[in-house]
Design a protein around this ligand. Structure first.
Ligand code: CP
Length: 307
């Protein structure tokens, strides 16, 4: 289909196409005049039912750099407050003629549902519950590729709150397709039951075992807002047993790259020294997020993407 719902629907060749297109797009971000006419005359609406700083702003920025018109709807300041349904909200924006709807919703499958409701607009999933966050998975891959020069055979440790993480699921689909070996670790209470050891995926009890010889460590945010009965182990225990600090970092490869999708709980899953240290690519991830979203918008709105 024409939509971007999750990386499970992308072939390795399509992922490669997004990454190579994003590399070209990144040059636009560094120009004095950040404006090209690629998407002139196209219109994009972002519809966000959950808070966002990076994803919403970078989709908006990406669309504007490419010459598209972009407007934003956030749940708290729209008629969603008055009880308007997702279906009616989608039909309303379709009636205004938008070519793409970038949406984030707390419910898994919300973006796929949207493809059944509207006819013309392309749907881009910017996060649906714990299911998928494909543009984040792609910007993770782009950042790894830029630093390591290749993806095949890399060892990436993914740490922390896997249970609630749509980023972890997008990593499983995206990184495995590109030949990356994934090592997961976190407290048992935050590891989902679906996670099983299949080829290329290893689950560790101790964070140290996952980090050993890693090319990159992706630290996930502890999603305190989704913890139903409070964090177990407690914040203090979590930081001590599972937090990434300089001491643990030393177990990885010398040129290990630190990734975090943001926002961070500094002092909980990651120490400030690691977050702002030499190995951190966290700010680069944000910039690469704009380039990757420029690539996605170009491919879906000019007919290049068929996944
Ligand atoms: N990484 C990410 O999705 O950040 P936001 O929630 O700020 O968009």
């Amino acid at each position: 289909g024409k939509h971007v719902l999750g990386l499970e629907y992308f072939s390795p060749e399509e992922i490669q196409l997004v990454l190579s297109t994003a590399k070209e797009m990144k040059t636009i971000i560094h120009r004095d005049i950040k404006k090209v006419p690629t998407l002139r005359g196209k219109s994009i609406v972002t519809v966000f039912y959950e808070p966002s700083t990076r994803t919403r702003t970078s989709f908006e920025t990406a669309g504007k750099y490419l010459g598209a018109d972009v407007v934003n709807i956030t749940a708290g300041t729209s008629s969603i407050v008055k009880g308007e349904s997702l279906r009616d909200t989608l039909l309303t924006v379709e009636a205004m003629g938008f070519d793409a709807i970038v949406m984030r919703h707390k419910q898994e499958g919300a973006a796929e549902y949207a493809t059944k409701v509207v006819n013309h607009p392309v749907i881009i999933n910017a996060g649906d519950g714990a299911h998928a966050h494909p543009s984040q998975g792609l910007l993770n891959l782009f950042t790894l590729l830029e630093h390591k020069g290749h993806l095949e055979g890399l060892k990436v440790a993914v740490l922390g709150d896997i249970l609630h993480s749509r980023v972890a699921r997008s990593d499983i689909w995206g990184m495995r397709k590109m030949g990356i070996e994934l090592h997961f670790a976190g407290p048992k209470t935050l590891l989902p039951r679906f996670l099983s050891e299949e080829p290329g995926i290893v689950i560790h009890d101790r964070i140290e075992d996952a980090i050993k010889d890693a090319d990159a460590i992706e630290v996930l945010r502890i999603q305190l807002e989704r913890q139903k009965a409070g964090l177990f182990p407690s914040n203090r225990e979590y930081a001590r047993i599972f937090g990434i600090n300089n001491e643990r970092l030393a177990l990885a490869k010398d040129d290990v790259l630190i990734l975090h999708p943001g926002p961070m709980n500094k002092g909980l899953e990651i120490s400030p020294y690691v977050a702002y240290g030499n190995h951190s690519a966290i700010q680069e991830q944000v910039q690469n997020g704009v380039a990757v979203r420029m690539a996605l918008l170009t491919l879906v709105l000019t007919g290049g993407k068929q996944a």
